[in-house]
Design a protein around this ligand. Structure first.
Ligand code: NAP
Length: 265
């Protein structure tokens, strides 16, 4: 039996186990997906321990995505983002990857969104970094806006063809933009939005990384303007799909994984 898992703290309410186990069942794979909660400073030791125990693959979530860099060989994208959410143990040494970036890209593409214009990314934390690099690698011009402006400008120096701003610039930044991604935690479990409704328009495609609730205030406001809306479960789904395909070498049963995820949201 292959063991896959997730390290984070807390991980009690993670949706990854049912999403991945639905895929194993669909494809008849002899595999389990389990969650682990290492101590605050125990991420690197957990990765080394998992390697020693023959664990086949690990996802990594808050607060460990940066810490595990010390215990893996990161690929180019994970190194540029500075965070790992997927560890692969199939080679000589564990390798680290970041599937949040491609998760956002595939979520948008799946909804017919062309990724060739200008994107506004709100947030410069872990998700903001991943989404900014992901969209820039697709060839988009990326405008990053963050509450703490210095984090946005620092990130913009690393991301090709990017600029950093404060949240007060959002209306101007969005006026001619094609894509908006909320990569802050604003809207999670509360009816708030990081972007005033007045700043939205019908030519935008809006992805909210927040997936609880699925229909955030930002997405409601965007839909009211006629914008294309993409909820955060699509990003969560595709980061899981990418991890599954890397670990197993099989095409993921995307619809089955999506159903398993949405049944719990
Ligand atoms: P993080 O590293 O802690 O970053 C949090 C971000 O939110 C920072 O940019 C922070 O700004 C901003 N923020 C927090 N409170 C704010 C407020 N009241 N007003 C304005 N900005 C605020 O967290 P993360 O890992 O990037 O996660 C961010 C969100 O993305 C979470 O809701 C997470 O669940 C979601 N996410 C979803 C997926 C998915 O697959 N759908 C994947 C990853 C993350 P400052 O820098 O100024 O503090």
């Amino acid at each position: 039996m292959d063991v896959f898992g997730l390290i984070g703290n807390p991980v009690g309410h993670s949706l990854s186990p049912p999403m991945h186990e639905a895929a194993y069942e669909e494809l008849g794979l002899d595999a389990r997906y389990v969650t682990f909660e290492p101590d605050e400073d125990g991420a690197a030791a957990a990765v080394r321990g998992a390697d020693a125990l023959g664990v086949a693959g690990l996802n990594v979530t808050i607060p460990f995505k940066q810490d595990v860099l010390d215990a893996v060989e990161p690929d180019d994208l994970a190194e540029r983002i500075g965070a790992v959410n997927t560890v692969d143990f199939s080679g000589e040494t564990p390798t680290g990857h970041n599937t949040d970036a491609i998760g956002a890209v595939r979520a948008l593409r799946d909804h017919g969104v062309a990724l060739d214009g200008t994107a506004v990314v709100v947030g410069a934390g872990g998700a903001g970094r991943a989404v900014s690099f992901g969209l820039a690698d697709e060839g988009m011009t990326v405008r990053i806006a963050n509450r703490t402006v210095s984090k946005a400008t620092a990130l913009a120096e690393d991301v090709p063809d990017a600029s950093g701003h404060g949240l007060e610039d959002l209306e101007a930044l969005l006026s001619d933009a094609d894509v908006l991604v909320n990569a802050t935690s604003v809207g999670m479990d509360e009816d708030e939005t990081p972007v005033a409704a007045d700043a939205l328009h019908g030519d935008l495609a809006v992805l909210d990384a927040v997936y609880s609730p699925l229909e955030t205030r930002l997405l409601r406001d965007a839909a009211a303007e006629g914008a294309t809306t993409v909820d955060g479960a699509w990003m969560l789904l595709y980061q899981g799909v990418e991890a599954f395909e890397r670990w197993t070498g099989r095409d993921a049963p995307v619809d089955v994984m999506n159903d398993a995820l949405r049944a719990r949201l």
